[in-house]
Design a protein around this ligand. Structure first.
Ligand code: AMP
Length: 206
């Protein structure tokens, strides 16, 4: 699992860990955004919350996680889950006692969060993440991997970013204590390759 505030680099690290550990990534935010995009019943019911930076209810999230886990018995990397202590308890009840839980906590300061999210652009097609200042695409606003035009997420506006940071502090940060026995705390303030060096040493030895 990857834990950390919005803009900590969870998505970027999840993709890199996926390559070295050979595990699938379950990105709750991407799943929710794609439901909204295709205007499914679920998408319509969560649209307002996601676009305002509020959390979707635990029951909905745990149902999605349960489905995904049923098809990925080899192990999973979670990006954006769990976000509440209740979700973390739900996860523990879905997995067996022999399953190994590891939580990478990306510790970043508020300045870093604001600088990263304001300049973040994402590929709506393949989910690649860029930063116009720190890791821009080779061609202006076009995805390096699939040539799709990059977009700014609807919830990456100043007002919603502030709301999301508040929600993180109130509802998600308590998980740092909750997972203290399995927590790997990493300084997330560096470049993606600097941060990944530390993460790789912990999760992808050899
Ligand atoms: P993210 O892409 O992880 O920043 O998530 C974007 C938005 O999706 C969040 O601000 C929430 O509205 C919603 N979301 C993603 N993951 C969760 C979760 N585990 N629990 C509740 N809401 C979530």
């Amino acid at each position: 699992m990857l834990l950390g505030p919005p803009g900590a680099g969870k998505g970027t690290m999840a993709a890199l860990i996926s390559d070295c550990a050979g595990l699938s990534v379950f990105v709750t935010g991407d799943v929710l955004r794609s439901e909204i995009e295709r205007e499914s019943e679920l998408g319509l019911s969560i649209k307002e919350d996601v676009e305002a930076g509020r959390l979707v209810d635990d029951k909905t999230i745990l149902a999605l996680v349960k489905d995904f886990l049923a098809n990925h018995k080899e192990g999973v990397i979670f990006d954006g889950f769990p976000r509440t202590v209740n979700q973390a308890r739900g996860l523990r009840s879905l997995i067996s006692s022999q399953d190994e839980l590891r939580v990478v906590y990306l510790d970043v300061g508020t300045e870093t969060i604001l600088a990263r999210l304001g300049a973040r652009r994402v590929c709506p097609e393949c989910g690649s993440i860029y930063n116009l200042r720190f890791s821009p695409p080779a061609r202006d606003l076009v995805c390096d991997k699939c040539n799709t035009k990059l977009i700014r997420r609807k919830d990456d506006t100043d007002e919603v970013i502030r709301q999301r940071i508040g929600v993180y502090e109130r509802r998600t940060a308590p998980l740092i204590d909750y997972f203290s026995d399995v927590l790997i705390k990493v300084d997330g303030n560096g470049t993606p390759s600097e941060v990944f060096e530390t993460v790789r040493g912990e999760l992808c030895p050899g």
